[in-house]
Design a protein around this ligand. Structure first.
Ligand code: GLU
Length: 485
């Protein structure tokens, strides 16, 4: 049997930045399309001119590119990729709105904002559950309409919703969904500026672009009955709908700016890896039915299905994201980490220092299990990038004893005799001195760690001195002896 190739779309409005929920919608569409060998289309829904933000489209595309979400189709795919822009398709919407008018399925409305405001107030006074247009203009005569159009009175085109009917549709995630048409407003389809509203443009484009599956956030569920009416009025086949669960803060309120970052670019700037963010976002509403949490994109593509998306809200847990960042960073090949570390050094106060690849690779293997972010190589082990200028007060008290200076002097003398020492050579020196003097190794290790790193934590001290090398280790011991004796 010949299965139809699914056609998906991501249809953001360019309101400034890509919301983390938008990334999830884009990702689920992408995963579904890739899983089924389908096509994914990027369509920019820029019909709300009041909300349009300069540079927002470029920013959206840049962020999606960074996240690795690629699209298959745009108006002139071939060279440079470009998305469909609804603002370039105004003629199409206008023509179809006219068609609905000619069939009595939509009508001109000339009501002034003042009249609509008054109507709303009256309805509020009557405590009606929601304000609805009263179909006043539906009853204008043909001549009245002609006259008003000829004298250029501002107008919109409204959907003519028939009362007392039920709109029922199936949602892959939510099951059967039912709405009463009595609760549906005669939605504006075409605004007085000639631009369509979201509802008209969205349905028209989903049809013309032959979209088979509409996967979008739950906040659009209440728009769907209006869309169903439009599909029926036009006589078009409906796509399959899947509304993704809401994203929630840990306190179960709707994910909002107030409680943390919601823009993908904020996470990017903070140094989250795209692999970690994608993995994290994939789990916001989906799992494979086991406890597995670490995923690479290929496995997500292979395992993703809409059937395993749940309906209950998905809680945004930043600790999980941090853990995933750690896991993804840890599993990257050292050579890739090296490139990222070099880029991080370039942005830092250490940018003028020269570090060899060999040196940085040693730092990476020592710190790998201790960092969740690239920038932590610098913040958690600055001593690999410059000699300590101060020594942690707390640790000095605990670890720098009366005999520390004398012991470090001894250590230094023995280190000086070493020739191109390995990590084990340094360790052997400590072992020998400790046994000769009948002291614990800790008496040497603690002051040595303070002298070379300035802090009390980090990888093994033998790793640190080995990475720093003999000369640098001795020079740091000298400085510490001067400053601390
Ligand atoms: N333009 C809508 C948005 O900004 C698209 C909703 C939909 O996918 O239908 O999310």
């Amino acid at each position: 049997m010949n299965e139809i190739t699914p056609r998906l779309r991501f249809a953001p409005s360019p309101t400034g930045y890509l919301h983390i929920g938008g990334l999830r919608t884009a990702l689920y569409n992408y995963l579904f399309a890739k899983n089924k060998n389908g096509k994914l289309i990027l369509r920019i829904e820029d019909t709300d001119r009041k909300r349009f933000v300069e540079g927002a489209i470029e920013n959206l595309i840049d962020t999606l590119n960074w996240a690795g979400i690629s699209f298959d189709e745009g108006p002139d795919i071939g060279g440079e990729f470009s998305p469909y822009l609804q603002s370039e398709r105004l003629g199409i919407y206008k023509e179809l709105a006219q068609k609905l008018i000619s069939e009595g399925k939509a009508y001109y409305c000339f009501c002034t904002p003042e009249r609509l405001e008054k109507l709303k107030e009256e309805q509020q006074k009557q405590k009606l559950p929601q304000a609805k247009y009263d179909k006043y203009c539906l009853h204008l005569s043909k001549t009245e309409i002609e006259e008003k159009l000829n004298s250029c009175i501002p107008h919109v085109i409204r959907l003519n919703v028939k009362p007392d009917q039920k709109i029922i549709f199936d949602d892959v995630i939510r099951g059967t969904v039912e709405f009463e048409t009595n609760n549906i407003d005669d939605q504006v389809l075409l605004k007085s500026d000639g631009f369509p509203t979201y509802h008209l443009a969205n349905v028209v484009d989903d049809h013309l672009m032959a979209i088979s599956h509409v996967i979008r956030g739950e906040e659009w569920l209440s728009s769907t009955p209006k869309h169903i009416i439009l599909y029926d009025y036009f006589g078009w086949e409906k796509p399959i709908f899947a509304h993704l669960p809401l994203l929630l803060n840990p306190d179960k309120s709707k994910l909002s700016k107030r409680q943390g970052d919601v823009a993908v670019e904020d996470y990017r700037e903070k140094g989250y890896l795209k692999e970690a963010l994608i993995n994290f976002v994939a789990l916001l509403g989906w799992n494979y039915g086991d406890d597995k949490e670490f995923y690479e994109i290929d496995e997500l593509i292979e395992k993703f299905s809409l059937e395993r998306v749940h309906k209950s809200g998905a809680v945004f847990n930043i600790e999980k994201l941090n853990w995933l960042n750690f896991e993804h960073l840890r599993r990257k090949p050292d050579t890739e980490v090296l490139k990222m570390l070099r880029a991080e050094i370039e942005k830092s106060e250490f940018k003028d220092n020269k570090y060899s690849d060999e040196y940085l690779l040693k730092v990476i293997s020592a710190m790998k299990e201790r960092v969740s972010f690239i920038k932590e190589y610098l913040s958690k082990s600055p001593y690999f990038f410059h000699a300590p200028e101060t020594y942690e007060e707390q640790n000095l008290k605990k670890r720098w004893k009366e005999d520390s200076a004398e012991l470090l002097n001894k250590l230094k003398e023995r280190f000086e005799l070493l020739n191109n020492p390995s990590k084990e050579d340094f360790e052997k020196v400590l072992d020998e001195i400790a046994s000769q003097l009948g002291i614990s190794k800790g008496q040497l290790v603690h002051p040595l760690r303070i002298a070379v790193s300035g802090v009390g934590e980090g990888p093994g001290v033998y790793d640190i001195v080995y990475i720093l090398g003999k000369e640098e280790t001795i020079s740091r011991i000298n400085v510490a002896l001067q400053k601390l004796s």
